[in-house]
Design a protein around this ligand. Structure first.
Ligand code: HEC
Ligand code: HEC
Ligand code: HEC
Ligand code: HEC
Ligand code: HEC
Ligand code: HEC
Ligand code: HEC
Length: 463
């Protein structure tokens, strides 16, 4: 059942791509590969097999390497608990296709560094924000997880399968050890500023794929990527253009679902996703250094309230599906011209807590002209500063508006949000680990009175 589900998914997602191998070639290929793939003779620091677990270690000789319809390479035993799925032949190390002719012209996105020379202060604070840091080239600095021996292994519930993060020849890899077979998959792109965690991507030609092993900040540990079953090694999940649209500034999409011109990617979310592509603005002001009137750039406060909300809604509105191509939204546009409405009123699409919809349930939002920037300064990282956020509540409220003032006194103003905008785990985002499910916590933007949370918060501060 599980097997057919996975299989159905890979056909659905990768459908439409023509593969050169005919079935017969594939069988011959697989036979040749079986010859080449050697069971590893054991290597340094292998995690010891856990004697408390059932021995389901099977001899490598029973395994098959097979090209499935849809283009996925399967390594494993049919019907067995564990399998390794790859979009490329397991003996290769994939790499990006460089020097490809672009398919789409870049509409003028430059990246945040192009704004530095004239907007130094804003740029200097902006580089520390989650937006700027949400995607980067993979390196020891940008990857938050550890490569130190002893901390660089993810074990699974499947006795013969584990992952090891390692550096070799100045490249970083997730090494899959599958019943003694080894297979190296390179880290290429990091997604996530590591507030909750990070997920990693790699190139195979012009295809971008998600890696099986992610990082979770809460426990400072390697984990299976969200939605990945524990005990599988899945490296064939395509990174769709909607995923990149929320986590990068721009990418040249060659063809769906996951083909891009590798050199075109502008990593990090730059100023321009909120202000519009900057090329003409930069050219104009470089050629006219005395001109103080800004040209060819959008100041969001000149737009209507709904238009300002729609800018943030590109990425903070659950996970609505695109109506057309990605990266088409420009500040001032109507969100609904580019996206279908979110399917359900859940506090989380794929993994976002859908701040736009949740906030719109609050009287603070409905009885005022509030926008996202009433509380958030988009040019600065203010993460975790509860007192600062509470000051933003006090733009409109008095401490005496709150029924808890008599209980808490001046302490009330340190933290309005843990009682009124609770942080909590959402059912829609979890990782399967050998120890069970892990839920990172997200903040609910429905501002409200909640007696249970109040009681929990009071207990946590000893009142
Ligand atoms: C060559 C200098 C220069 C560069 C580079 C530059 N700007 Fe500007 N920008 C200006 C000037 C001059 C103004 C008008 C005076 C001011 O607001 O500082 C301005 C104003 C702005 C404004 C305010 C618009 C308004 O209507 O109030 C925004 C937003 C802006 N720039 C964004 C950007 C972004 C984004 C980038 C990078 C893609 C960028 N700028 C790069 C010179 C530059
Ligand atoms: C192009 C997509 C995109 C747009 C547009 C966008 N965001 Fe975000 N935002 C993200 C992503 C992705 C993250 C998570 C980044 C991370 O932690 O890796 C994020 C994170 C944040 C955070 C959390 C910051 C932190 O450090 O905890 C805030 C607050 C936020 N966004 C507010 C806004 C506001 C306000 C707007 C509109 C003015 C906006 N965003 C527009 C994609 C976007
Ligand atoms: C997440 C969206 C977002 C990002 C990213 C962003 N801005 Fe802004 N920016 C805004 C909004 C919204 C405003 C309107 C003023 C406000 O509410 O802070 C603004 C205002 C401005 C202004 C005008 C300020 C004024 O006082 O008139 C400038 C200049 C500017 N931004 C430049 C930049 C530059 C340069 C970057 C990147 C280094 C950047 N912004 C990144 C959303 C963003
Ligand atoms: C609709 C926009 C959207 C899409 C699509 C999307 N994300 Fe996100 N992602 C966000 C936002 C917004 C956050 C911040 C958490 C929140 O607000 O719920 C986030 C958070 C994350 C984080 C945690 C960041 C941190 O610093 O803790 C990772 C990792 C991540 N996304 C990876 C991905 C990957 C990989 C994909 C595609 C397979 C993807 N996202 C698709 C918007 C999106
Ligand atoms: C732009 C002004 C504004 C801001 C900022 C604002 N509120 Fe409100 N809030 C209102 C208004 C107006 C109401 C409805 C009238 C009332 O109850 O005072 C309201 C209502 C409330 C309520 C009653 C909710 C209910 O269901 O009856 C709570 C609780 C609340 N706000 C808390 C907060 C907190 C906490 C913050 C900061 C995170 C905040 N507000 C920020 C304007 C604001
Ligand atoms: C310990 C939890 C807690 C903290 C901290 C807290 N509140 Fe409250 N708040 C409550 C509870 C519970 C109520 C309902 C009280 C009642 O009905 O007697 C309430 C009521 C309110 C109301 C009125 C809601 C209505 O029905 O009209 C507002 C507005 C409000 N709080 C704002 C704030 C602001 C602003 C802060 C920070 C300065 C804050 N609260 C801090 C728990 C808290
Ligand atoms: C009334 C104040 C207020 C408004 C308005 C508001 N936020 Fe927030 N937001 C907060 C607070 C408080 C936090 C928690 C910040 C922290 O702990 O770092 C937060 C956190 C976030 C985060 C981090 C996600 C997480 O779960 O930790 C994102 C993303 C975000 N806001 C986006 C938005 C967007 C988009 C809008 C507009 C639709 C918006 N916010 C409007 C107060 C607000």
């Amino acid at each position: 059942m599980r097997k057919s589900l996975l299989f159905g998914l890979s056909v659905l997602l990768i459908g439409g791509i023509v593969y050169v191998n005919s079935r017969n070639d594939a069988e011959q290929d697989a036979a040749r590969l079986l010859d080449k793939l050697e069971p590893s003779g054991g290597w340094e620091n292998d995690p010891p097999l856990d004697p408390n677990r059932t021995q389901n270690h099977s001899p490598p000789g029973d395994f098959i390497v097979d090209l499935e319809p849809g283009g996925t390479w399967f390594v494993g035993k049919r019907g067995a608990e564990s399998e390794l799925l790859l979009p490329y032949r397991p003996v290769q190390i994939p790499s990006p296709s460089n020097d490809l002719e672009p398919v789409n012209e870049n509409p003028g996105f430059l990246g945040a560094d192009a704004c530095q020379s004239c907007h130094q202060d804003r740029h200097a604070s902006f580089v520390h924000t989650a937006h700027h840091r949400t995607s980067a080239a993979a390196s020891r600095t940008s990857i938050a997880g550890s490569f130190q021996p002893g901390q660089n292994v993810l074990k699974t519930n499947s006795q013969g399968l584990w992952f090891k993060m390692l550096e070799r020849d100045q490249r970083l890899f997730q090494q899959v050890s599958f019943y003694g077979w080894k297979c190296d998959v390179p880290f290429d792109v990091v997604t996530g500023s590591s507030k909750l965690g990070q997920t990693y991507l790699y190139w195979h030609d012009d295809g971008l794929f998600q890696m099986n092993v992610s990082y979770i900040t809460g426990t400072d540990d390697w984990v299976n990527s969200p939605g990945y079953p524990d005990g599988q090694a899945i490296y064939n999940r395509p990174v769709t253009n909607r995923c990149l649209e929320c986590h990068t500034t721009w990418a040249d999409v060659r063809r769906p679902p996951n083909h891009y011109t590798p050199e075109s990617l502008i990593l990090g979310i730059s100023c321009e996703r909120c202000h519009g592509p900057g090329r003409d603005h930069v050219r104009h002001h470089q050629s006219n250094p005395d001109e103080k009137t800004p040209r060819f750039i959008t100041q969001p406060t000149s737009l209507s309230r709904q238009q300002q909300l729609d800018i943030c809604g590109q990425c903070h509105f659950g996970n609505p599906k695109l109506k057309g191509a990605p990266y088409q939204f420009r500040p001032g546009d109507d969100l609904m011209d580019h996206y279908h409405p979110p399917q359900a009123d859940l506090p989380g699409g794929v993994h976002s807590s859908n701040q736009l919809v949740r906030l719109s349930k609050s009287p603070c939002f409905n009885e005022t002209e509030m926008t996202c920037t009433t509380c958030h300064n988009p040019h600065q990282s203010e993460r975790g500063d509860r007192e600062l956020f509470s000051q933003r509540c006090l733009k409109c409220h008095q401490p005496s508006d709150c029924g808890m003032e008599s209980t808490l006194g001046p302490q009330l103003s340190d933290n309005c949000i843990d009682c009124h905008m609770p942080a909590g785990a959402t059912e829609n985002m979890f990782m399967n680990t050998a120890q069970g499910k892990v839920f990172p916590s997200l903040r609910d933007h429905h501002i409200r009175v909640d007696k249970d949370l109040t009681a929990a918060y009071l207990q946590s501060i000893g009142k």
